[in-house]
Design a protein around this ligand. Structure first.
Ligand code: CR6
Length: 834
């Protein structure tokens, strides 16, 4: 790295290398300095929030030094880089993660204690960075952690939303959305005002023919918006590698506002221009697994994609290589179809701006991109109307038409006279309003397409993308089962368990190679180990019980079985089935004599998750859960036997408290609908068992940990279609136990029946699309098996330990290595020379 510093200054640079704090004293000195100078406060009135800020700044300084060195090392090594394009990065808090990854949490802990603070309180000052909806956004965050920890030269590219996912408040049992303005003080970002890109929208395309008869397209945009880079350092665990996440923020291209307009007296419209520009990166769309085709959304997509590609291409051009080497230097992964326009944008840059021939350019494009599909739900597959494209991105529409033309010609040659096939695979859907099918564009423009769990990857190959498998051959379609980072989801969220495992697995090596967890299986019968294991779970439950008391006002018994379902509220995830099951349990308990009741195992049903603001049914589900809680929690016949809690504002930092405290968690989607799920992995990794359907990654979890250690129930994906077909509209008989639940709701047991009518009608009268009734019996029976198993604590703990020991496969490190080898063709960078 040193050698990359120009000669005359090298000596001075080397002499003044800053190294960051070395020990507790150094840390304290930095904190005090930041309080007094950066924050301009005196230590004498330093509160927890100031201490958080100063502590973060001290760690940020260290990160940025490593970041600088990493970037220098990467540039010097001149090797291939991967760019992960994601519209969502659900990062959560950064301070704890930074301390752990740098390996100096102990130093900070005692340093803060000297200054009069408890480290836990300081960590809790931080606002979550919540730039994502759910699993897809959190997966991107886990991937960044793994990419850095494994020393891959990698960048993330996203949008710097001013408002992340809304904060959820529960008022009178209803969800209320409150804006999440999180940027008041964010020490984890570096504005790079010098790194900015002008992005065009609208306008017209002119074509001209040169003397050789070649036509050239020239797009003149009608609106220009400036993208400004904000860089977020991403530290790897136990490595000096610190990668970069670059988030773009939108600004009016002319600066504050248009002075020309201002001077000519048109003040209002100059302010309006500025506001329109800033609106682009203002807010994250709060839908999970749903696309609504709003113009602002596609503006966000193009804005982000255009700025990112400009940056990537600029970096490549500095190497002075020939264009054909682009795919040897650059891999771009599309996280879902949101960044699909990058395919079109790169083709545009190559043919319109760089003067390459179409075929040569297209070859480069296809070899550069990989596309990850995260859902088979039709309502989540992006389509944009041709009319909107024509207006917003006229040149891109022309290129899409050409991509489609050449693709369909290729299909026609391979499958002559199959008109049906042509219209099925066409990137343009010839419907009433013509639409661009983004997933098809992503497939045609990428060299690899992957699903996120085995069942999901099989389903995309055999259903939604089956024609493309026929056309491109099976090798283009692959699977990379999701994973999670054990740094955040074990070491950070469950420090005591991490220590206990380390004591039996020869240290913390498992945090870098999760398969080493298997070493603890040898201790499954070790009395001391088991005892401590149980104590840790109990302590985690006490911590959650305290949180439940503070946030929901409900007192729960930490010895009860904690049954948790936390994730976005969605009909396909079937929280409605869970709450119907809870009602069934309540009715059963009520029907028993006090004596018989005592034989029941006490249970706490814990729910959490946000509903998209426009998702009426999901909001109804939240309301029913809260209404059931009000009745059950205040019923003296029931006492501790059943409590029902809805935890407000589920997010990453709440997940870190909830997941380690779970005994059993629910992953009960209708088979074939949940692409993978990732919280299922986190729960098992933290010594909780799961009840679930044969869906997504549940299947592979079962394969790894063994059928005896998981509670599976319900119909299989292969039977879903037939079952739906058999639900003749209106004449579908409801499971008798479920019918009793409906009866209780309709009698007004949980408040105004009208409030919950939609949930009942969906099952009884509207074809029960999610098979709640079909699966209800086996769901309830399986919960009885859970009770029975939990009574035998010795066996339960054996199941938990065995499961954790066998979870090595589900690290996002494994996942990233699979992408690197099978899709990106990149290698980690050696860090010795650092
Ligand atoms: N909603 C899937 O539904 C998967 C994640 C990450 C999802 C979920 O099963 O684990 O992606 N899909 O692969 C989409 O967001 C489209 C999700 O989080």
């Amino acid at each position: 790295v040193e050698a990359s510093i120009p000669e005359p200054q090298r000596e001075a640079w080397t002499k003044h290398q800053v190294s960051g704090f070395k020990d507790k004293d150094g840390f304290e000195e930095e904190v005090v300095r930041h309080v007094e100078t950066t924050l301009a406060r005196s230590m004498f009135n330093c509160d927890e929030s100031a201490a958080y800020s100063a502590c973060s700044l001290a760690f940020r300084d260290r990160l940025i030094l490593e970041w600088n060195r990493t970037q220098q090392r990467q540039t010097f090594a001149d090797s291939k880089r991967v760019y992960y394009l994601s519209l969502e990065f659900l990062m959560g808090r950064a301070l704890d993660n930074a301390m752990l990854n740098i390996g100096q949490k102990d130093v900070a802990k005692s340093g803060l204690a000297d200054l009069g603070f408890r480290i836990e309180d300081i960590i809790e000052q931080e606002h979550d960075a919540a730039l994502g909806n759910g699993g897809l956004g959190r997966l991107a965050a886990c991937f960044l952690d793994s990419l850095a920890s494994l020393n891959y030269p990698a960048w993330g590219y996203g949008l710097r939303y001013r408002y992340g996912i809304f904060k959820q408040e529960i008022i009178d049992g209803y969800q209320v959305e409150v804006p999440d303005y999180w940027l008041d003080f964010n020490p984890w970002e570096f504005p790079r005002h010098d790194v900015n890109v002008d992005v065009q929208f609208y306008g017209t395309v002119h074509k001209s023919t040169d003397e050789n008869g070649k036509t050239h397209a020239h797009w003149e945009g009608g609106e220009t918006v400036k993208a400004v880079a904000y860089d977020v350092p991403i530290p790897g665990y136990a490595t000096p590698s610190t990668n970069n996440l670059r988030l773009w923020s939108s600004k009016a291209a002319s600066g504050e506002f248009d002075f020309q307009k201002f001077n000519s007296g048109d003040y209002e419209s100059s302010v309006a221009d500025q506001q329109r520009a800033e609106t682009i990166s203002a807010v994250l769309y709060p839908n999970d697994n749903l696309e609504r085709g709003k113009e602002l959304r596609i503006k966000q997509q193009y804005f982000w994609v255009a700025a990112s590609l400009y940056d990537i291409v600029r970096r490549f051009k500095k190497t002075k290589r020939a264009w054909k080497e682009f795919p040897e230097q650059v891999a771009i992964q599309l996280n879902d179809t949101h960044p699909t326009l990058a395919i079109v944008e790169l083709q545009r840059i190559l043919i319109d701006l760089e003067g390459l021939e179409w075929d040569e350019a297209w070859n480069i494009v296809v070899n550069t991109f990989g596309y990850t599909n995260h859902t088979v739900l039709p309502e989540a597959l992006e389509k944009w109307s041709v009319g909107l494209f024509q207006h917003l991105l006229p040149r891109h529409l022309q290129i899409i038409y050409d991509i489609n033309l050449f693709f369909l010609q290729q299909v026609e040659r391979a499958f002559p006279n199959d008109r049906d096939l042509l219209s099925r695979v066409s990137i343009i859907e010839e419907s009433q309003t013509k639409m661009v099918r983004m997933a098809y564009l992503a497939i045609v423009g990428s060299h690899k397409v992957n699903g996120v769990a085995e069942l999901h990857s099989d389903l995309i190959r055999t259903t939604i993308f089956k024609d493309f498998v026929l056309i491109f051959g099976p090798d283009k379609f692959t699977n990379v089962t999701n994973g999670v980072t054990p740094r955040r989801w074990l070491h950070q969220a469950n420090p005591r368990l991490s220590e206990l495992i380390a004591s039996k697995a020869d240290g913390h090596g498992f945090l870098k190679d999760l398969t080493l967890l298997n070493k603890i299986e040898l201790f499954v019968d070790d009395k001391e180990f088991r005892k401590e294991w149980a104590e840790i779970k109990y302590a985690n439950k006490v911590r959650l019980a305290k949180h439940i008391k503070e946030s929901a006002g409900v007192t729960v018994n930490p010895s009860a079985l904690f049954d948790v379902q936390v994730k976005r509220i969605h009909e396909y995830k079937r929280q409605q089935m869970n709450i119907f099951g809870v009602i069934h349990r309540y009715l059963t308990l009520k029907a028993l004599s006090p004596e018989e009741r005592k034989k029941y195992l006490p249970r706490v049903s814990i729910f959490g998750g946000k509903a998209a603001p426009g998702y009426w049914m999901a909001k109804q589900i939240i309301h029913l859960i809260n209404s059931v809680g009000t009745v059950v929690n205040n019923d003296e016949d029931i006492g501790d036997l059943l409590k029902v809690v809805f935890l407000e504002d589920y997010n990453v930092s709440k997940a870190e408290i909830i997941i380690p405290a779970s005994d059993i968690s629910e992953h009960i989607s209708t088979a074939g609908t949940e692409a993978s799920g990732t919280s299922n992995m986190k729960f098992v990794l933290n010594g909780g068992l799961i009840i679930g359907t044969c869906d997504g990654a549940n299947i592979e979890i079962t394969r790894e940990i063994g059928e005896n250690n998981i509670f599976l129930f319900g119909n299989l994906a292969e039977d879903v279609e037939d079952l739906r077909h058999n639900h003749t509209y209106g004449a579908h008989t409801v499971d008798p136990d479920l019918a009793k639940v409906f009866e209780a709701i309709e009698k007004g047991t949980f408040g105004e029946p009208q409030d919950f009518a939609g949930m009942i009608t969906a099952v009884r009268d509207h074809g029960d699309f999610y098979l709640v009734s079909d699966d209800f019996h086996s769901y309830v029976e399986t919960h009885a098996l859970v009770d029975e198993a939990y009574r035998n604590q010795e066996e339960w703990i054996t199941k938990c330990i065995t499961s954790v020991a066998r979870m090595g496969f589900f690290s996002s490190d494994r996942c990233i290595n699979e992408y690197a080898e099978g899709i990106w063709n990149i290698e980690p960078l050696r860090t010795e020379e650092a």
